[in-house]
Design a protein around this ligand. Structure first.
Ligand SMILES: [Zn+2]
Length: 718
């Protein structure tokens, strides 16, 4: 954007963005690994595992990095620390871990060693009962799966002292490239003597007994807990680097709005990070792995991000030794790859109880290795950004964050996938020009909690020509979830808040007043459509044209004899659209995004799509036309660009487990080329077909004949 500047002009003209102005990848090994292997070792592995089998497999699949369990719950080497539990299968197999590490080093693999501090044994309890986590009733917590073990306190001396010793011993003994900790942040709230005393010293308060984030002690606790975790992260990192300056601590942490640690800080601290979302269950969409990639990238920028997956059914109950259909594993991993994640398989135990997954991973990894140069992405191409907000989830959503915050995001996300729009996620604490001006439009799915600075940044973004599509209570609260009198973005929306209608509201509609309005494309013949279940009463303060939709208030639906409304015309707008300079604003004073996720009414899909199209007001960098549901992403590499098409057209009607692929029929693809670049060659990296192409005035057009699960259009520049 930035009208009038050369860079701004180029960005707008190309729609390709420039390399993101986020922290560059650190020098070091962090950007080298493209394919990760993880063995989550089990205590019996030293005696039972076939090391040669795994080294052979790693080599065959071109894995270039490995994560191996070293210590914490079980020490897989002859530890000298008295309370560090040695594997009971270590005797006679003392060289197990060094042999395994040595074999991986010979394959030139990056080696990261894993620790897990969350559980311990009776001898630790006997020696240091204060290291054990305590519940709200004051009871020391037994482990929920193995009652003879104990849950540890993450914020006290067990982690700060004992696990620091463990970490030092492992780094000194094995010189790994990094230490990766699982379950290091604690297992729920701890009321132990250390947590009580440390919290009191920091805040002057007792530990909260409520989970309401508006409670002062709870808020202070959330802040203190994060500070303490970051302190631990920094301390472990610094202790590791004292022994080996090239090694780093890499926490298992991160995610979207619902994740714990501030992703902006995480993005600054972590030299690389691993998105731990191993598979799906319930109503999880197949694009959820890619979403994770986008969320991490929002704050990690061009740093490498691994995507941890499991080959079995691990949720809702735990079966780590199961193997799921290969189609399900493929679609999950491929959507991650299409969204910039570097694949990382997690195998629990060195024993192969069921080998069916081995060839699935081998196929993905060997393909990935073959085309690696087209998968070393430099920057995504997208003109739409969707904001996510951890502070909104924490302080406005609280215990209801899933429904009040995340479901809004998921509704927009699904609509963006269906519309095949290239987009990125944007962290709400990174709304400065350097991070948002590459986008023509920012989506604000009920981003309720925003501080004054964030509102000002959004307002300035609009002044520079950016567009917004916002819903429901966006900016109606401050950063602590405290209600504002009016929207922080009232001047931008052109409306003021009056009241919140009691919800959830059933049987309420929107009357179509003007089918020719740009918001109504595809809805020209509709007479009325479903209104939101959560609605705000707002009053316009700016001048708006005649609204395309007006509210029909709730009326009874039962008994059915009473299903008639007496008020059919209120004149109250269902959507507010306005232009501010070159910026375009769409504000829905209701939960269109959340309701779309819940009900998926086609009319709401069209409305959301029209809102984004109208606000974007320029031709898309990539257009894909044809039947089916595809996740479309596009990337720049050093001398090329790629367009990924992931076929999410789901052959299963109900539960989300792919068993076969139903190939998507032919898709017409039109790609905008970066200015001044000439096409040398176009390949389809999955089917191997050589498509006929047409180029004209900066665009290339081609037909992708059919997509089983994934296709990548790779465009080499001359
Ligand atoms: Zn504690």
């Amino acid at each position: 954007m930035k009208p009038g500047t050369r860079r701004g002009f180029l960005q707008t003209a190309l729609g390709l963005g420039v390399a993101r102005p986020l922290p560059a990848a650190d020098a070091g090994w962090f950007d080298r690994p493209m394919r990760w292997a993880q063995l989550n070792l089990t205590e019996d592995d030293p005696a039972n595992m076939d090391i040669g089998f795994w080294l052979d497999y790693f080599k065959r699949i071109h894995a270039d990095a490995v994560c191996l369990t070293a210590g914490g719950v079980v020490a897989f080497y002859p530890t000298q620390l008295p309370l560090h539990h040695r594997s009971q299968w270590l005797s006679g197999h003392e060289s197990f871990l060094p042999d395994l590490i040595g074999g991986c080093r010979k394959l030139n693999m990056v080696v990261v060693l894993r620790t897990d501090p969350h559980a311990t044994y009776q001898d630790v309890y006997d020696a240091h009962s204060d290291w054990i986590a305590v519940d709200a009733q004051g009871q020391k917590r037994r482990h929920w799966e193995i009652p003879e073990m104990w849950v540890t306190c993450a914020l006290g001396p067990y982690n700060f002292e004992f696990m620091t010793e463990v970490t030092r011993e492992i780094v000194a003994a094995f010189k790994p490239d990094g230490i990766f900790s699982n379950r290091w942040e604690g297992s729920g709230m701890c009321y132990c003597e250390h947590c009580r005393a440390n919290f009191r010293a920091a805040s002057g308060l007792e530990l909260p007994r409520t989970s309401d984030p508006r409670d002062l002690a709870r808020r202070q606790y959330i802040i203190w807990r994060e500070k303490r975790r970051l302190e631990l992260w920094r301390m472990w990192d610094s202790e590791i680097r004292k022994i080996d300056p090239n090694a780093r601590y890499i926490a298992n942490s991160g995610g979207g709005a619902m994740s714990g640690l501030d992703m902006k800080l995480v993005g600054e601290m972590a030299p690389t990070l691993f998105a731990d979302r191993q598979g799906r269950s319930g109503a999880t969409a197949p694009w959820a792995n890619g979403k994770n990639g986008k969320e991490y990238r929002a704050t990690l920028g061009s740093k490498a991000i691994g995507g941890i997956f499991h080959m079995g059914v691990v949720a809702p109950h735990r079966w780590p030794d199961s193997v799921q259909n290969g189609a399900e594993t493929r679609i999950w991993v491929l959507d991650g790859i299409a969204n910039g994640l570097r694949p990382w398989f997690n195998k629990v135990s060195g024993s192969v109880h069921d080998p069916r997954w081995l060839s699935v991973v081998e196929q993905i990894y060997t393909w990935h290795h073959r085309w690696e140069r087209y998968l070393r992405n430099e920057a995504p191409i997208a003109r739409v950004g969707m904001v996510y907000s951890q502070q909104t989830a924490t302080f406005y959503g609280g215990q209801q964050a899933r429904q009040k915050v995340e479901d809004h995001t998921l509704g927009f996300y699904q609509a963006l996938i269906e519309k095949r729009i290239l987009f990125e996620m944007v962290h709400d604490r990174m709304l400065d020009a350097a991070h948002v001006d590459r986008f023509k439009v920012l989506l604000m799915p009920n981003i309720a909690a925003l501080d004054d600075r964030q509102c000002r940044q959004l307002s300035e973004y609009v002044q520079r020509g950016g567009s917004l599509v916002a819903t429901y209570e966006t900016s109606l609260y401050d950063e602590w979830g405290g209600a504002r009198k009016d929207f922080g973005l009232a001047d931008i929306f052109g409306v003021s808040f009056r009241s919140r209608l009691k919800g959830p509201i059933e049987n309420s509609y929107l009357l179509v007043e003007n089918g020719n309005h740009p918001m109504m494309a595809g809805l020209e013949d509709a007479r009325q459509i479903i209104h939101g279940t959560w609605q705000l009463d707002v009053v316009p303060t700016a001048t708006f044209g005649a609204p395309p939709l007006t509210a029909i208030p709730h009326y009874p639906s039962l008994p059915m004899e009473k299903n008639y409304g007496t008020v059919r015309k209120t004149g109250v707008a269902g959507v507010y659209t306005r232009e501010i300079g070159r910026g375009r604003i769409v504000y829905f004073p209701w939960d269109i995004d959340r309701l779309y996720w819940e009900v998926m009414a086609d009319d709401h899909y069209k409305l959301i799509g029209n809102a984004i199209d109208w606000a974007t007001n320029e031709e898309k960098p990539v257009t894909v036309t044809g039947p089916g549901i595809l996740d479309v992403t596009a990337w720049r590499q050093k001398d090329s660009m790629t367009v990924h098409l992931v076929n999410l057209t789901n052959p299963m009607m109900m539960k989300p487990r792919f068993r076969e692929f139903i190939p998507a029929p032919a898709q017409q693809v039109r790609v905008r080329l970066p200015e001044g670049f000439k096409v040398r060659r176009i390949q389809l990296l999955v089917s191997g077909a050589a498509p006929a192409i047409e180029t004209s005035r900066g665009y290339v057009s081609l037909t992708v004949p059919s997509i089983a699960d994934h296709e990548v259009i790779a465009i080499d520049f001359a």
